[in-house]
Design a protein around this ligand. Structure first.
Ligand code: NAP
Length: 278
């Protein structure tokens, strides 16, 4: 297949590129905003037609949750309208969405069929993207993920490593519960969907296995990296968030595991793999 990977310089896009070396049965077109701005509908349609694209994997997004609150228009352009541009190109599509489509008030892992209730501009625009995509191309595949990190770009792991080395104490919330996702593991799941004998349209939840708070995540990052720094658990109410954060956003991964026959690594094991690469 001819596969277009958008947002290829981001965390997930970079891991998709890295893993493409193990999936040489396809021809890849890696683009980021400089090569193909997905908000430009005509450019998207022309690119897909001129390169005979069979499948788009959309790794492009407006991912800054706080900035999205201040500039929802731009977030909507990239997270929603641009996704419709991609969907209307008439080829297969795998898109990536977020746990922020849920309210975060749940107490059990969220299933794909659970009602959504986004509380932030980022969550709203990502959900609109899902809807526009499925209305335009009901055969699309959507992977919802959460707490994404990798050796690339800005992410929680790299930030905590930096602060842990610089400061004597880190105060981190322990009342927000979720699961980290190593971008390489998500990229492997996306390749599993691409290589599956059949196309399985639908929404899938994907994170690593297990559950933790941001406090637990920080303690484990510093422990594995051998960084000595006091980590103090605090409540969300003690931290000045610009944007509300979900208190509980664990995703139920049963569907992705059964459909694609994959085993998902435990979050601390994947963290160790990432830290070795940093
Ligand atoms: N990061 C997380 O914690 C997280 C959590 C849940 C879900 N997700 C979802 O997972 C997916 C991958 O996230 P990520 O962390 O890999 O994102 P990322 O690192 O922010 O990468 C996104 C890439 O898209 C590019 N991009 C932005 N606007 C574009 C446009 N108009 N046309 C083409 N490319 C454009 C960005 O370029 P610039 O950097 O120049 O803007 C960036 O290279 C996204 O759908 C995101 O919503 C992420």
């Amino acid at each position: 297949m001819n596969i277009l990977i958008t947002g290829c310089n981001g965390q997930l896009g970079t891991e998709m590129r890295n893993l493409s070396a193990q999936h040489t049965n396809h021809t890849y077109f890696f683009t980021d905003v400089q090569e193909l701005d997905i908000t430009n509908r005509q450019a998207v349609l022309d690119f897909v037609q001129n390169n005979n694209i069979d499948l788009i994997v959309n790794c492009a997004a407006y991912t800054n949750v706080d900035k999205a609150e201040e500039d929802e228009v731009t977030a909507r352009l990239i997270n929603a309208q641009a996704v419709e541009n991609l969907a209307s190109a008439g080829c297969k599509i795998i898109h990536v969405s977020t746990d922020y489509v849920f309210s975060g008030d749940e107490h059990v892992p969220c299933r794909e069929s659970d009602p959504v209730a986004p509380r932030t501009a980022y969550g709203r625009t990502k959900y609109e993207g899902e809807q526009l995509l499925l209305n335009t191309n009901p055969q699309a595949i959507i992977f919802r993920t959460a707490w994404l990190y990798s050796p690339y770009g800005n992410n929680f792991v790299k930030t905590m490593l930096k602060y842990g080395r610089e400061k004597d104490e880190l105060r981190v919330v322990y009342d927000q519960i979720g699961t980290p996702t190593y971008a390489e593991d998500l990229a492997m799941a996306i390749y599993a969907a691409i290589e599956a004998p059949q196309w399985h349209a639908g929404i899938y939840h994907f994170t690593n296995e297990g559950v933790c708070s941001w406090f637990d995540f920080t303690v484990e990052i510093l422990r594995q990296a051998g960084v000595t720094c006091k980590v103090t658990p605090i409540l969300s109410s003690e931290y000045q968030y610009k944007t509300p954060r979900p208190h509980y956003s664990v995703l139920d991964k049963a569907k992705v595991k059964t459909t694609f026959g994959i085993t998902i690594p435990y979050w601390t094991d994947s963290l160790a793999k990432c830290l070795k690469r940093l």
